[in-house]
Design a protein around this ligand. Structure first.
Ligand SMILES: [Zn+2]
Length: 69
């Protein structure tokens, strides 16, 4: 069972769930570049270094090289 809908996604089609592999494809609903993070509509906070904070509290380590060298 995977029906965590406390975060309401109003997009069509619905954005990926936080547990989906393509969770980063969800739309950004709040962008805070000055603080280095964005909130996706599935509840994930994604940081500019590609680290993620999932709605259930799990932390995903950065997994993409930063292309600013
Ligand atoms: Zn959405």
């Amino acid at each position: 069972m995977n029906a965590q809908h406390d975060i309401s996604c109003t997009h069509e089609p619905e954005c990926p769930a936080p547990d989906d592999l393509d969770r980063e494809a969800a739309r950004i609903v709040a962008n805070h570049p000055e603080q280095g993070w964005s909130l996706l509509c599935n509840g994930i906070v994604i940081f500019e270094d590609t680290g993620e904070l999932l709605p259930d509290g799990r932390v995903i380590a950065p997994h993409r090289p930063i292309t600013t060298a």
